[in-house]
Ligand binder design. Structure first.
Ligand code: NAD
Ligand code: DAU
Length: 342
């Protein structure tokens, strides 16, 4: 049985990936290493506690002692590095230090550990944001130069460069996935889609930044998970793979669709002060992964959004738990001074 390490497996995508891999491969055992920051939630993994192929270890990838004891206790075939500080607004408004610690230093500590332990493959989970912003035309390819525009994406680009260097200089078998915006079950309601669903359910204002015409390319989280699995199994060492759902639309369209599906009025939409340096448009060219690895997304946006809304409706307790206490403080800090505009 192959033992793999998933860092950040108590977060949104990591927890979906743990579930995906356990379902898709009987021959895999997973050790999930997560620091349980505000975004890490063991409720995302409910039901797996009794699975003999799943182990949880609380640990910080930016702490050398934690990484050392993890590697001493296990012999890994692969490390999947999902762990990150992942929210752009937090990196802009609350400081970037934790982003540098986890996303940059944490990645380097894992790369060093992988090399020392002769881990077979290192899979770095990166993002389309490392490419910066597009104009009105075109899509990001793997050859697009890195041009990150906010502290979060700058630290992710830094991590990508360190992964590239570990492969180039030390021969570590590493692959990088760069995905577009995910949505689906277990996403923390600081991100656009779950935040809008949660607010709409309570008839609270839906805060749309700027003119609402910023474009993101949306992919259902389970499609992202199957793409990561495909890259893990068949990706060429040292290669970057773009992943995207080819569903690039303005934010306002997404918000309107959520309101429509929930039967809530458009009057809840509130335009607020824009995000500083807000990237205007992301859109991914996913030709490489489709042609080399025969991967295809399986969820249309309509089906994925319906599954997501249904999940939030069926899991109101999960939503209630993650929005208690610290979340309210976060919401007031970030949105309190964002008066409605227009
Ligand atoms: P998330 O914020 O939901 O989860 C991050 C997880 O990492 C949490 O469980 C948190 O506790 C853990 N973590 C944070 N710091 C840690 C540390 N120092 N040590 C160990 N664990 C730590 O994030 P997400 O949306 O699931 O994103 C996962 C990965 O995918 C990130 O690397 C992100 O950059 C990338 N990504 C996200 C998206 C998206 O749309 N959400 C798109 C493309 C790529
Ligand atoms: O593109 C991939 C990236 O997608 C990931 O690397 C990040 O980890 C993930 O957080 C996400 O970044 P974005 O900044 O694109 O996602 P977010 O959900 O924060 O915002 C999506 C769009 O919606 C963006 O244009 C800002 C806008 N927005 C967001 C929020 C939270 C609003 O208009 N109002 C809001 O309240």
């Amino acid at each position: 049985m192959k033992k793999v390490c998933v860092t950040g497996g108590a977060g949104f995508i990591g927890s979906n990936f743990v579930r995906h891999l356990l379902e898709s491969d009987d021959d895999v055992a997973i050790v999930n290493v997560d620091a349980l920051t505000y975004a890490g939630n063991l409720e995302n993994l409910a039901g797996l506690e009794t699975d003999a192929r799943y182990t949880f270890v609380q640990g910080d990838i930016s702490c050398p002692a934690d990484v050392e004891s993890l590697m001493a206790a296990h012999s890994f075939d692969t490390i999947f590095n999902f762990a990150a500080e992942s929210h752009v607004d937090r990196s802009l408004h609350f400081g970037a230090q934790t982003f540098i610690a986890t996303n940059v230093l944490g990645t380097q500590l894992l790369l060093d550990a992988a090399r020392a332990a002769e881990v077979r493959r290192f899979v770095q989970i990166s993002t389309d944001e490392v490419y910066g912003s597009l104009g009105a035309e075109g899509r990001f390819t793997e050859a697009t130069p890195l041009a990150p525009n906010n502290p979060y994406s700058a630290t992710k680009a830094g991590a990508d460069c360190l992964v590239r260097a570990a492969h180039h200089s030390h021969g570590l078998d590493a692959v990088i996935t760069r995905c577009s915006n995910n949505y689906g079950p277990y996403q923390f309601p600081e991100k656009l889609i779950p935040l809008m669903i949660a607010n709409a359910l309570e008839d609270k204002p839906l805060p749309v930044y700027g003119d609402g015409q910023h474009v993101r390319d949306w992919i259902y989280v389970r499609d992202h998970c199957s793409a990561i699995e495909a890259v893990w199994r068949g990706g060429r060492p040292g290669t970057v793979y773009n992943i995207g759902g080819l569903h690039d639309v303005p934010n306002i369209d997404i918000v309107q669709l959520i309101l429509k599906q929930l039967g809530k009025p458009a009057s809840l939409i509130t335009y607020v002060k824009d995000r500083p340096g807000h990237d205007r448009r992301y859109a991914m060219d996913n030709t490489r992964i489709r042609t080399e690895l025969q991967w295809e997304p399986t969820f249309t946006f309509e089906a994925g959004l319906k599954a997501t809304i249904d999940w939030y409706l069926a899991n109101s307790q999960w939503l209630q738990h993650v929005r208690s206490g610290a979340y309210r403080h976060y919401y007031d800090r970030l949105y309190g001074d964002r008066d409605a505009v227009g």
